[in-house]
Design a binder for this molecule. Sequence first.
Ligand code: SF4
Length: 320
Amino acid sequence: MNSETILTASNVRKYFPIKEGIVKAVDGVSFSIKYGETLALVGESGSGKTTTGHVIMGFYTPDAGELIFKGRYSLSTPIKKRDLELKRDIQIVFQDPGTSLNPKHMVKDIVGLPLRIHRLSQSSSIYSRVAELLDFVGLGADFMFKYPSELGGGEKQLVAIARALAPNPSFIILDESTSALDVSSQAKVLKTLSRIQREHNISYLLITHDLGVVRNISHRVMIMYLGKIYEEAATEEFFHRPLHPYTQMLLSSIPTLTEDDEAIKPKGVESVGETPSALNPPKGCRFHTRCPFAKPICSERDPPDVVVDSGHIVRCWLYE
Ligand code: SF4
């Protein structure tokens, strides 16, 4: 990993007007990602993490704020209007390879499609490049002639990763990419992703609700809740010194394998209420309706970001 920044997001907002009001899916998030770094964006369903990734991809345009890629590209434009070079440089791997791979196409055509679209290989050499990519993700060239229905879940996801790698991207969004896999397939895919990153210095935005996956692969972690980021820290610091009550609640509920992990796990931080809707998020700290430590100010005023240590930021009145 090098220390230069590949992506900077500043105060990004994305709201969705619906009949009943406005869903504030992403409500003023700021962060940056370095070359060769994995940043995990963690949250429950409805936290806004996937919308954040889809804004970066250009599936949605932001309503406010700025996203700058490689210091020169604004990501405020929809994907259709982006330069070809930018489209190649940012790729995504979705959660369910069963629906993201065309069941009527053989693997050679699925992985070869971006090479054709972006004219990255001569027609005569497309399949040798596909074979290289399949080797690179650990599948082997003989997978070229299979259909998705002949593959296991982990194999399908490795094909999806080979397809994402085909245009030589610098940045890949992993949108719950291992959530649908069994434990051994998940381990294989994560190992492959780590190796690819080491060898090609690719940056990952890992969107997940699974803290086990986060620990395995990420360098830094951000916690998102109802459209806002509430804690950010380097991964080891995050697991050893979680500060935000919501982070503590999430960590206290995951099973641990070792006594050391059990010793550092936050104890007894339990939600005291219902999860509010993103359609009508609570005033003040959005977590206050569930927080066991809430004080009167919490329901009145949004807490500021507090830098507690180098790279460790928490948004909670307990640390002000
Ligand atoms: Fe809990 Fe208040 Fe901190 Fe929010 S600001 S997490 S309600 S203590």
